[in-house]
Design a protein around this ligand. Sequence first.
Ligand code: ZN
Length: 507
Amino acid sequence: MKSLINTYNTLLEEDITIETIEKNINQYNIYPQSIYQKNNSILFMVKHYNTKYLIILGEGPLLDSFEGEFLSSTKGKICPTSHVNSKLLRKYFPFTSPVSHKNHSITLGLGDRLGLASIGHIRLLKDYDVFPVLAQQSIRELNLTSRDYNDVLDSASWAVFQEGYDLGFGADGDHLKTVEEVQMALDCGFTMITLDCSDHIDSSINEFTEIEIENNYLTIDKLIRDKLEKKYLNKTFSISDDITITFKDIDFKKIILIYLDTIQFTTQIYNDLIAPLGSKIDFELSIDETLFSTSIEAHFLIASELIQRGVEITSLAPRFYGEFQKGIDYIGEKDKFEKDFYLHFLVSKHFNYKMSVHSGSDKFKVFPIIGDLTKGCYHLKTAGTNWLEALRVIALKDKKLFREIFQFALDNLEKARVYYNIKGDPNKLPLLEEISDENLIKLLDNDDVRQILHITYGLILQEKDYKDKYRFKNHIYEVLNTFEDTYSAFLINHIGKHLEKLKVPKL
Ligand code: ZN
């Protein structure tokens, strides 16, 4: 901290103006887009030995509010990017607070597991007509990265400030399953809630015989059954000029048995926690974490019931035909996906919400279909692919570290399969010692490698050595902080390919 204070004391010797600061960008490691003038102060962000700070120069309320160390003259302060300061940043600079994305057609979820990817995301997306949900983490990801929602949001706020990006961003509490989880995300200021209903979907019904379905259906409260039958049984609904949906006897009963609890649970969460906050929250329903694809009839009935019960749905994620595996391209017949996706899209249009595509990274084969059929109105989530780009930086800049990480991932693959279901096969890979340093980076283009590294991130980040120190984590952060611009460039390239295939228009 001393050398840091000495460095910035010399800036105070000059007459402080925006021009002086801009002249000294390189000498003081100032982020050029982060220079602001507000309430008699000049503020900007710097990087000092791989740590970022906010510098406030000039007297005023900001100098007094933010926590940090005064420079010798007391007309300046060096402030850490702590949670206290993050909250003040959001107060004084409202564009660093997340907002609802309701009026935006294309919205993109960008899980930033390490809290370092938003810079690259912003540098890319600022030129496109797309609203970024920069902060997006599931509880599983929080646990595996040892982070909390404050930290996830704070990282996004500082990135937005550093890059001078004031077009708005969202924060998604992703795949939340309980009242407590939803409440926690809302308390931290998250603007999007993705409710994961997988614990309230009874998949076992799929194995039932017709008689079993009949018998089980009769155990549902008669009043509930009567109401639903009156509305749907043998009724036909049109979702476009020439496409209709009819609820035939046994299919109808099966849908009710599988999803009635989903409908009731979602309504309760919405009424208790989301509705009181009005339309500030984007509410997404996720029924995608199942082994079977969601039928069009089930999608229609769930949406219809929720809307009648007053639930305002911003987006809904069904499980589509085919496989959306993490970090690799779509697996399945493209024609069948196109038909299935189109019908789901018609249902979403009928009820006036967006389709949400989960595990949406790297699905280049079907991106044009998604972009075209929705006429550019959808939500798409990516997460792990940003972590893989981080590893690409390490494969380029610290080959020894990359080899150690990859070997560790191979040795611990079975443990990671508990959290994630993938097909990645280590037996298909060439031996690590036979791969030259130059070719290491190409491993990140191999589907098996991508999946293996995709799911082992938690184990990699949490692994400790015999001295109880992180074996990889600090080293990974050091490399990525040192080569921040390389990481951004890789993300611009990789996520840029997504935008191109999705045909996202430029601003
Ligand atoms: Zn999902």
